[in-house]
Design a protein around this ligand. Structure first.
Ligand SMILES: C[S@@+](CC[C@H](N)C(=O)[O-])C[C@H]1O[C@@H](n2cnc3c(N)ncnc32)[C@H](O)[C@@H]1O
Length: 285
């Protein structure tokens, strides 16, 4: 299989073939999605809601009294001042929910066990890129939600100050394929849409990749990378090459001289976005 050793990979079709290898290792399921039963065990240790990001979500939910959290995971970003309906397919993730939060219902976005227009608002935080049928899932979200649907995701075609793609060009291809473009997301949500860039703070407690822009050493911890699903979609050897190059550059000072100025930057402009999709008329009333 010649594609196993491709350097500087840039063809999405090649990445698709490579996903077969991750499936073989069990980290992706038969639909090519990240397997949270195996890969989600360390999630709550490193992926904790950041209070500054929480504010964006809380405000976007408006005066909703009932909120559906879809792909709820371990409960990050769930407001505690509203009635929450949490939906999460992975048992490993459901079991990491802290005791002060409601238990999560076992279901997936494409078949929600709720009546039409029965919930005030919905939130979907860093989950859409995991859904095998995004159109169906968004249709279901719109069906059950009367008011705003709040989606936190990455706009993979937007500019970014993050240095990851310099160190791992394969990551750019992988992320573009996983996240898709924002237009295709909102096309499934009739009504009005607002898209807000979310600045990521330097000491962000939710350690998704860009959150570590000023803390490159954290990437050398395999548990930190293990809590970030993107690594499992890379071609074989790419993660190891990244770790090796970053280790060398941190030792030699090469990272510092190129990106050291980011260590003191309070926030970074990146691809993190909040989509707020509202129906033209509140549904079901
Ligand atoms: C990166 S985690 C985000 C969890 C949580 N929202 C957070 O911000 O920490 C993605 C979550 O989406 C869930 N997920 C995957 N496929 C899904 C689907 N088809 N429907 C709903 N949730 C799904 C995963 O099980 C996982 O818990």
């Amino acid at each position: 299989m010649a594609f196993l050793c491709v350097e500087g990979l840039s063809d999405i079709s090649v990445v698709t073939k490579l996903e077969g290898i991750a499936t073989f290792t069990g980290m992706l399921n038969s639909q090519g999605q990240f397997n949270y039963e195996l890969g989600g065990k360390q999630y709550s240790g490193y992926r904790r809601a950041d209070s500054r990001i929480s504010k964006y979500i809380w405000e976007a939910l408006g005066d909703a009294k009932t909120v559906l959290n879809i792909g709820a995971g371990t409960g990050s970003y769930e407001p505690t001042d509203r009635y929450i309906l949490a939906v999460e397919p992975s048992e490993v993730m459901r079991r990491q929910r802290p005791p002060h939060l409601c238990p999560a219902i076992r279901a997936t976005a494409d078949a929600l066990p709720f009546d039409d227009a029965s919930i005030d608002a919905a939130m979907a935080v860093l989950t859409l890129h995991h859904w095998p049928d995004r159109a169906k899932g968004l249709g279901e979200l719109r069906r059950v939600t009367r008011g705003p649907i709040v989606i936190m995701t990455f706009d993979s075609s937007a500019p970014t100050e993050f240095w990851m793609f310099d160190y791992c060009p394969e990551m750019k291809v992988v992320e573009q394929k996983r996240y898709g473009d924002l237009a295709s997301i909102v096309s499934h949500l009739p009504g009005t849409h607002q898209v807000l860039p979310i600045p990521v703070p330097r000491d962000c407690t939710d350690k998704f990749q860009v959150a570590l822009y000023a803390r490159p050493e954290e990437f050398l911890n395999p548990e930190v990378r293990g809590s970030q699903s993107a690594w499992k979609f890379l071609p074989p050897g790419a993660e190891e090459r990244f770790v090796q190059k970053l280790t060398t550059d941190l030792k030699s000072g090469a990272w510092e001289s190129k990106y050291g100025h980011l260590r003191t930057r309070e926030t970074i402009n990146c691809q993190l976005r909040l989509i707020v999709a509202s129906p033209t008329h509140e549904l079901g009333r």
